[in-house]
Design a binder for this molecule. Structure first.
Ligand code: M6R
Length: 595
């Protein structure tokens, strides 16, 4: 995910080193290109390219760049392939303004046509360039920056933050709409960035921008304006006292909680990326014509495969077999040939079990595709095509946001394959926000009672089977309680004997499976157990369950995805109440590079 950083200083100085260090601090967000621009008098020095910060910095001597103002940007490709021309920052038509953005301008294609028709020089396909031209067209009419940015804001659709500056000036201007933007105030300089950690090594005096605010950076201070009416906004700077580690948690007590809350944003980001992805087309073409499709992963990533298999079958009438990577080699290797397709799923892209399966499968001629969160990971280099999960860095060992984005990637593919209404997927991030907000307190109310137990069950059916498995894994992983995830219909075939008075059994109820789930609820409650249903508002659930955690209304596919959120929150709250650190559970590592 992209990141921007800008700085204004009192005197001309070496800014390259400061900008490169700031860029390095943004790398955890994920990126494929980097650029630096410095402004000095009537000159703009712009150097950029696709590649790692260290490599681009060495090739273009970025650390030697001087100026009084500077901008750096890390780009994660959405509009336009990773290349020098698509890297940011971007110049305006005559090269006397430079700017960069973070986010997505969704009407980029239409805007580029307009700019070209107006005679502006459009050099790249990137939407960051559209932000620059959107301001340029009003500056050319004689407007000042604040007015030009206010007009550009009306033209640019989507969520973004951008920064821009002009030659023969001493300021930078930036606006926030949907993407993060924090301002730093230091001795004889001011700066801004997509996030706090990249500012803190320079200054601890900061101002957090709200959506719809424009900031003017000068060496001796900043000014805030409302984009709506241009009025001045007065906001006192705050001083950050927390340690860096706490700051990286963005005010949350743990990375896990932060990452749970990031799920709607990264879902939005992923949907934007998939809409533009050439790889999606290649993967779908192969899947359509494949003899057999396999979805392969380990742990949480395997659970996403399980969900993907249901989506492919139900939404696209395409059978796809979900398999744990190690079992895939043992069970299916002899049957594979070059008409088969495997999608290998791994957050880290480095899980040895998954890499082993890829290597073995390639020898059989099977076409191997991937889903991974880490650009440049071994998986992404080993497969024919791969889709990024666009989650930024997931620090907490329990996977949360990468799981929901794995599921969204599968939903996206199944929707495309089944010719479903793709626009309806845009509702998902908002539904996820609502789910986090509305289930938090419901889960909190139940946590103390559930936390008394060390043996739990989490049951699902159809699309929610994978969620039951994932919920159980989250509970085991960070609370150290035993929790078995299974099909609700299988419970009566044995585990029902474990039910005793008060034992909590979690049922993940898809909206199309309520009657069946109701039978399961009663099997538990009539034996004194406590049946806790997670599902949409439903009279039958209310009547038959001991407790209900209510999800917003959607459809069976979205609902299954949403239902993992209260289970993530429950595991988190139980772990914290037990005094365990959910981010670093004992015995576990984030990336398992061993057999
Ligand atoms: O990086 P991967 O997705 O390949 O990792 C696979 C599993 O190790 C991982 O999903 C693990 O189960 C998670 N820590 C569970 O939260």
């Amino acid at each position: 995910m992209c990141g921007i950083f800008g700085i204004v200083t009192k005197k001309e100085q070496n800014l390259g080193s400061i900008l490169v260090e700031a860029a390095k601090r943004l790398t955890y967000r994920g990126y494929d290109s980097v650029g630096v621009a410095t402004l000095s008098g009537s000159t703009i020095d712009l150097r950029k390219d696709a590649g790692r910060v260290e490599d681009v910095a060495a090739k273009y001597k970025l650390t030697e760049m001087n100026g009084t103002r500077g901008i750096t940007q890390l780009r994660w490709a959405t509009f336009g392939e990773p290349s020098q021309v698509n890297s940011q920052p971007h110049l305006d038509s005559d090269g006397d303004m430079v700017g960069a953005h973070n986010g997505n301008v969704v009407n980029n294609v239409e805007l580029r046509k307009q700019f070209m028709a107006e005679g502006l020089l459009v050099r790249s396909q990137n939407d960051g360039e559209s932000c620059v031209h959107a301001v340029e067209r009003y500056i050319n009419q004689g407007q000042d920056f604040i007015q030009a940015i206010r007009n550009a804001y009306n033209d640019l659709q989507g969520d973004y933050a951008f920064v821009i500056g002009k030659i023969n000036d001493d300021k930078l201007f930036a606006i926030k709409k949907g993407s993060g933007l924090v301002v730093g105030i230091g001795e004889d300089f001011t700066c801004l960035s997509s996030d706090l950690p990249s500012i803190l090594p320079l200054t601890r005096k900061i101002i957090r921008l709200e959506d719809g605010e424009i900031v003017t950076l000068k060496a001796d201070g900043v000014e805030l304006h409302s984009v709506i009416d241009g009025s001045i906004i007065i906001r006192e700077a705050e001083t950050i006292t927390e340690e860096m580690n706490a700051v990286q948690k963005g005010g949350f007590a743990h990375f896990m909680l932060k990452e749970i809350h990031e799920q709607p944003d990264v879902a939005r980001e992923l949907l934007h990326v998939l809409q533009k992805s050439e790889a999606v087309k290649v993967i779908l073409d192969k899947i359509k014509n494949a003899r057999q499709v396999y979805l392969i992963g380990c742990g949480t990533s395997y659970h996403a495969c399980q969900a993907g298999s249901v989506y492919f079958a139900q939404l696209a009438n395409r059978s796809a077999v979900p398999v744990v990577a190690t079992q895939f080699i043992e069970q299916f290797l002899p049957t594979l040939n070059n008409q088969d397709v495997g999608i290998f799923v791994s957050q880290s892209g480095e899980t040895k079990d998954v890499l082993n399966a890829i290597n073995a499968s390639k020898e059989s001629g099977m076409t191997c595709f991937g889903l991974s969160n880490v650009i440049g990971s071994t998986l992404t280099r080993a497969v024919a095509e791969w889709l990024p999960l666009c989650c930024g860095y997931e620090i907490s060992v329990p996977a949360t946001k990468t799981f929901t984005n794995q599921i969204i990637a599968f939903l996206y593919l199944a929707y495309q394959l089944g010719g479903k209404d793709m626009n309806s997927l845009d509702d998902l991030p908002g539904l996820m926000e609502t789910t986090i907000r509305t289930t938090m307190l419901q889960v909190e109310a139940l946590t103390p009672d559930i936390n008394k137990w060390d043996d739990l069950y989490c049951l699902g059916y159809g699309a929610t089977y994978s969620i039951a498995l994932e919920g159980a894994l989250k509970l085991k992983e960070i609370t150290y309680a035993h929790c078995e995830g299974m099909l609700s219909t299988e419970f009566k075939h044995g585990p029902l004997s474990a039910v005793i008075k008060g034992l909590p059994i979690l049922f993940v109820a898809g909206p199309n499976n309520v009657p069946l789930i109701v039978s399961g609820l009663n099997e538990v409650t009539c034996r004194g157990g406590r049946a806790i249903a997670i599902g949409e508002e439903d009279e039958q659930l209310k009547t038959n369950a001991s407790d209900v955690i209510t999800l917003p209304k959607s459809n069976p596919w979205f609902s299954s995805l949403l239902s993992v959120i209260p289970l993530q929150l429950l595991s988190y709250q139980m772990a914290v109440a037990r005094g365990f650190d959910p981010d670093f559970p004992r015995n576990l590592s984030k990336t398992l590079t061993v057999d």
